[in-house]
Design a protein around this ligand. Structure first.
Ligand SMILES: [Zn+2]
Length: 338
């Protein structure tokens, strides 16, 4: 894999505020490609946990779906045949028919072992995340998924671990958490591997900097304190890039309600190019521009609940357009090659 230092490439975290359908996956992908995103996602329109846990249950990997919830009911086994690979195939097929010079590869989010463990129940009151062995078993499963996506030609594979902070809070041994992250990261040979942890990352940076993940992806627009999370020096020593979330994925709820009620325009929820450019330059000051991969704070799926129509998607698409435009400006001013 070629780590894209100094190229200011753009990507997304994954989800979009549309109902799950083939047409909407096409819409999400088209919007990203038209915006000029370098590593677009297939458009993750399903629940990030159930989209993996349900097929694992179907393949009898030690998980059963009971009343809409995933339960660990046997020893956790890796699936014997590929699951969820069809999403990558869909995006590859789409790109073949609609080629774009801007696209470097398809970005695939895989929900990480710690996060899958956080929703998988082992008893009425306990989840798999409370037990290091279950976390590592889930890690072995994620290794298989990562290998399949990698072999099938994904461009960027992101291990999505929003629950890492929760595991730290529970007191799970940091070595277990590092191992759980490292296993799938090490299994990725051709694609760019990254780890996404959104929200406040102050309690997890020690773990992530020790991990083998070359790209650490966080929210910096809505969590500006994260700008203090790593020093340039530490990033250089550990040789990490930062996935730099620079547009909000969950705009102010009151504004979204006002937009729904017709009291505000949807464009008001979109950051200006100037504002995004400023934040990218600030990130460059802290971490080094050459170490940034630009994306939104998190997935846009959270806006789905506010709108019955495609207003959320229009907001998301416009945010991506402005994000890519801001990157173009930064590159032009700094003479970074296009
Ligand atoms: Zn996130």
């Amino acid at each position: 894999m070629n780590i894209p230092y100094g190229e200011l490439k753009t990507t997304v975290v994954g989800s979009f505020p549309l109902q799950h359908s083939l047409d909407n996956m096409r819409r999400a992908l088209t919007d990203q490609i038209e915006a000029g995103v370098n590593f677009p996602c297939y458009g993750q329109l399903l629940d990030m946990n159930l989209m993996f846990l349900e097929p694992l249950a179907k393949e009898k990997c030690g998980i059963e779906m009971i009343g809409g919830e995933a339960w660990v009911t046997g020893s956790l086994e890796v699936p014997k045949r590929p699951i969820t690979l069809e999403f990558l195939e869909f995006a590859q097929d789409y790109l073949k028919k609609n080629p774009s010079e801007e696209v470097d590869g398809i970005k695939i989010p895989i929900t990480g072992p710690i996060t899958l463990s956080s929703v998988a129940k082992v008893s009425e009151k306990h989840h798999a995340i409370e037990y290091p062995d279950f976390i590592l078993d889930f890690s072995n499963i994620v290794v298989e998924l990562a290998k399949w996506y990698d072999k099938a030609g994904a461009g960027l594979i992101m291990i999505d671990e929003p629950s890492l902070g929760y595991a730290v809070w529970l007191g799970i041994d940091p070595d277990v958490l590092i191992e759980a992250i490292n296993k799938p990261i090490k299994a990725i040979k051709s694609a760019l591997p990254s780890v996404h942890v959104c929200g406040d990352v102050s309690t997890v940076t020690d773990i992530l900097i020790q991990s083998k993940a070359p790209i650490l992806d966080h929210s910096f627009k809505d969590f500006s304190a994260n700008l203090e999370s790593y020093s340039k020096d530490i990033l250089e020593k550990a040789d990490k890039m930062i996935g730099f979330g620079c547009v909000s994925s969950t705009p102010d709820p009151q504004l979204l309600l006002d937009i729904r009620a017709g009291k505000a325009q949807w464009a008001e929820a979109v950051e200006s190019v100037d504002e995004i450019e400023k934040l990218i330059l600030e990130g460059g000051k802290r971490f080094g521009l050459e170490r940034l991969l630009i994306d939104p704070d998190c997935g846009f799926g959270g806006m789905r609940e506010y709108f019955k129509d495609d207003t959320g998607q229009r907001i998301a698409a416009e945010k991506l357009k402005n994000m890519v435009e801001a990157v173009r400006r930064v590159k032009k001013n700094l003479k970074i090659s296009p």
